[in-house]
Design a protein around this ligand. Structure first.
Ligand SMILES: Cc1cc2nc3c(=O)[nH]c(=O)nc-3n(C[C@H](O)[C@H](O)[C@H](O)COP(=O)(O)OP(=O)(O)OC[C@H]3O[C@@H](n4cnc5c(N)ncnc54)[C@H](O)[C@@H]3O)c2cc1C
Length: 377
C-alpha cells in the first residue's frame, strides 16, 4: 500500500473540490492557498448543472447557498440583436465569494489541512516532490496536484510554454443591484469582447466581461471604455441603466491566456484552469474545474490502492481522460470566440441563428458536458 498523501497547490474551485474528494476517500490532503477566504474573484459566476450529481455525492448541497436558478440564455450581437433560448441542462448563479469559502470550510471539515502561504518552488527528484513556500515551509510528497489557476508564479518556475506567449485579454467584474431576471444568463457581444450577466445569491447581479487589451488601452479608464465600447451594444446599455454597482470599484485581471496547456507537466497533475482555460463565453470553466478534480481524484485513489501500479500509468490515464472529456469543448470555444471577433462572420452567424434558433442549444451542448456521476466521467 502506498502512502496516502497528496499536496494540492491552489485552493480555488478545482483544488478545494479535489481536496474534498480525496479526503472523503481516506487520503491525507494538504492544500496550499496564497489568499484567505472569503475573496471575490473575476468570474461570470454561472455554473452548469452538469456537476450537481457529483457535488451531491461529495456531500455538497448547493441549494443550501440559495443560488439563483438559471434556465434561459439571452445572446446578443454587437449591434444588440437578441436571440433567446432555453439552456439544455440549465445552471445556477453563485458568487465565488460565497462558494469558495463554503468549499474551504467543507475541506477543513473533511480533515484537509489548509496552509495559507504562496508556493515559490516545486522540485521533482527521485520520485518525490519538494515544495517550498514563501515562508520557507518545506513539504515533501509523492503526488502533487497543480490547481493554481490561469496564471501563477509556478507557471514561470515550471517554464510552461503558454507563459512565454502574449495574452491580449483582460477581464472586469463587479456586483450590482437593480433589475435583471432571476432565471436568465445574458451573453452580450461588444467590439473586442463579450459580457456575461446573471443573478447570484441574495438578488445580486454579477456583470463580468472579457475585453481585448489593445482596444482597452486606448481609453483613460474603465468608465470611459465601458461608455465608448461596451455600452455601444444597446442590450448591454439597457442592462447597465437598470443597475447600480455595489463594489467600491470593479475587480480586474489581465494577461488571460487561452493557449493550449499540458495536463501533466514535470509530473505535476494539473486541474482546472492550470490544465486549460475554456473561453468564458462558453460558461463552462467552473464545471470543467470540478469535473477535472473528480477525474484526478478517482485516478489517485486507484494509485494509492495499487490498482494503478506506476506513476507513468497514472499520468498517461489522466492525460487520456482529460483529452477525452475536455479537448473538444476547448476547441469549440476557440472556434466560437474567433467567429465572434470577426464582424462579418459574427453577423452571418447571428443571421443563421435568427433563421434557425434551434442551432443555439446544439452549440451550447458542444461546449458543455453531460451530468457527471460517480465512476462515470
Ligand atoms: C472573465 C471570465 C469569466 C468567467 N465566467 C465563467 C462562468 O460564468 N462560468 C464558468 O463556469 N466559468 C467561468 N470562468 C472560468 C472560471 O472562472 C475558471 O474556470 C475557474 O475559476 C477555475 O477554477 P480554478 O480552481 O482552476 O482556478 P482559481 O479559482 O483561480 O483558483 C486558483 C487558486 O490558486 C491560488 N494560487 C495561485 N498561485 C499560487 C501559489 N503559488 N501558491 C498558492 N496558491 C496559489 C490562487 O490564489 C487561487 O485561489 C470565467 C473566467 C473568466 C476569465
Amino acid at each position: 500500500m502506498r502512502k496516502k498523501e497528496v499536496v494540492i497547490i491552489g485552493g480555488g474551485l478545482a483544488g478545494l473540490i479535489a481536496g474534498i474528494h480525496l479526503s472523503k476517500v481516506g487520503i491525507k490532503v494538504i492544500i496550499i492557498e496564497k489568499n484567505s477566504f472569503p475573496k471575490h474573484k473575476v468570474c461570470g459566476e454561472y455554473i452548469s448543472n452538469e456537476i450537481v450529481p457529483y457535488l451531491n455525492w461529495l456531500g455538497i448541497t448547493i441549494s443550501d447557498l440559495a443560488p439563483s436558478n438559471i434556465t434561459k440564455l439571452q445572446f446578443s450581437s454587437v449591434n444588440g440583436k437578441i436571440i433567446e433560448t432555453d439552456l439544455p441542462l440549465g445552471g445556477f448563479g453563485i458568487s465565488r465569494f460565497v462558494l469558495d469559502e463554503f468549499l474551504y470550510k467543507k475541506a477543513i471539515h473533511n480533515g484537509c489541512e489548509v496552509i495559507q502561504e504562496t508556493v515559490e518552488n516545486i522540485v521533482f527528484d527521485k520520485n518525490e516532490f519538494t515544495i517550498t513556500t514563501s515562508n520557507n515551509t518545506i513539504l515533501h510528497s509523492e503526488i502533487v496536484i497543480g490547481a493554481f489557476g490561469k496564471r501563477s508564479n509556478i507557471d514561470q518556475k515550471l517554464n510552461r510554454n503558454f507563459i512565454q506567449l502574449k495574452s491580449p485579454w483582460l477581464a472586469i467584474k463587479a456586483h450590482y443591484q437593480g433589475y435583471f431576471p432571476n432565471d436568465l444568463v445574458g451573453l452580450h457581444n461588444f467590439k473586442g469582447g463579450y459580457c456575461g450577466v446573471s443573478k447570484v445569491e441574495n438578488d445580486i447581479i454579477n456583470i463580468c466581461y472579457l475585453a481585448d487589451y489593445k482596444t482597452f488601452q486606448q481609453f483613460k479608464n474603465i468608465d470611459e471604455y465601458q461608455n465608448e465600447v461596451v455600452l455601444k451594444n444597446p442590450s448591454l446599455k439597457s442592462i447597465f441603466e437598470k443597475c447600480d454597482m455595489i463594489f467600491e470599484k470593479p475587480l480586474t485581471i489581465s494577461q488571460i491566456s487561452f493557449e493550449k496547456k499540458k495536463a501533466v507537466e514535470n509530473h505535476v497533475l494539473m486541474i482546472g484552469d492550470t490544465a486549460g482555460l475554456i473561453h468564458p463565453l462558453c460558461g463552462n470553466g467552473m464545471a470543467m474545474a470540478i469535473h477535472g478534480a473528480k477525474i484526478i481524484s478517482e485516478l489517485i485513489e486507484k494509485y494509492c490502492n495499487n490498482e494503478i501500479q506506476l506513476r507513468e500509468e497514472l499520468e498517461r490515464k489522466y492525460i487520456q481522460e482529460w483529452n477525452f472529456n475536455f479537448s473538444k469543448r476547448l476547441n469549440t470555444g476557440r472556434i466560437l470566440a474567433s467567429i465572434l471577433q470577426k464582424p462579418i462572420l459574427a453577423k452571418s452567424m447571428m443571421l443563421l441563428l435568427g433563421f434557425f434558433p434551434f442551432i443555439l442549444p446544439l452549440i451550447i451542448k458542444k461546449t458543455h458536458g453531460k451530468p457527471i456521476t460517480l465512476n462515470k466521467c
